[in-house]
Write a protein that binds this ligand. Sequence first.
Ligand SMILES: [Mg+2]
Length: 378
Amino acid sequence: MSLDIERIELFVVELPLLQPFTVSFGTVRSRRLILVKMTDSQGVVGWGEATTLDAPIYKPDYFGSTLDVLQKILAPSILKKRAYAGPEDLDDSLAFVRGHYFAKAALSIAAYDIAAQKENKSLAAFLGATKTEIPLSHTIAITEHPQEMLDEAAKAFEAGFKDIKLKIAPQADLPFARALRQAYPDLPLMVDANAAYRYNDETLKLFKEVDELGFFSIEQPLDWNDLYDHARLQKQLKTPLALDESIDCAHDFEQALALQSCRMLNIKLSRVGGLTESLRLYGLAQQSKIGLWVGGMIEGPTGLMAVIAFSALSGFDYPADFIDSHYLIEGFSDYFDEEPYTLAKGKLTPCFSKPGLGAAINYGRLCQHAPSPIILTA
Ligand SMILES: [Mg+2]
């Protein structure tokens, strides 16, 4: 499906959260997102979304760097070449820029949205995804007291979520993890440290204790760009380590496999630069029998629909953990003109009622408070 890209517009929207969301690297209070509106020469419009945080605390990317590189380098490069054999070709044309994966992901999603519409398919169908139900896990952010965390866990299991991911940090690790396991001796639980620890004797002692709690995974305990220390830690634990922050691309993951740095992988479209690279990681994980799930960055409606389409591929062994968007962003369902999915018993059933991203997203409402867009043309 060839693409001829004529125009790219960048909108900045800020969506307040209903409550702050705290993880080891900081607290998120609202989601400032960059929306990419891409138009091809036949007038087909695709939308994408950059989900960087306001500061470089998850990865080196942040709102300012992402907007800058989109406006000055990536979007002009796409418009200069204009013609692409397909969305993979467009994604790969951006490889000359090192890093800046969140910005690349926004362009990638928009390009795939156009390509799918031109085949009159939903993005999920375009990707070959056929699952009609997506099991969900629930993430519990860092709370001050274990009791708050336990109350939230009780509600999540009651609502039918399949497993719980508990965020941990040095001020809230073992006592919280133990309390959760004691409350639910037999249910699937995991912890995510968001790269809060360094490899040393104290860390090793901590995770050996966590190892005894029988979690199905410990996600990203060590540095955001580390593979070697994760391999050293994995060798000493029974619990599979999952990588998130450490994997930017398929090449990183090949190195992680060679080093045996992890036994599981959390794929986030935003973190790896979009759909082409996500599909490569998915393929590698399937070949290497690595446990796999789809994660999120508290996406807006556009990003979430792309993530849902990708999650409908078969072969994700573990429930997806992107549904925080739905529960945390104020008035989230008001951004859709028709229900984009239904949620019941810890499962998401996508509707995919439209070609492309699959939902009737109300961009007028979404962009109503956005400053004038940045407009770039071929
Ligand atoms: Mg994570």
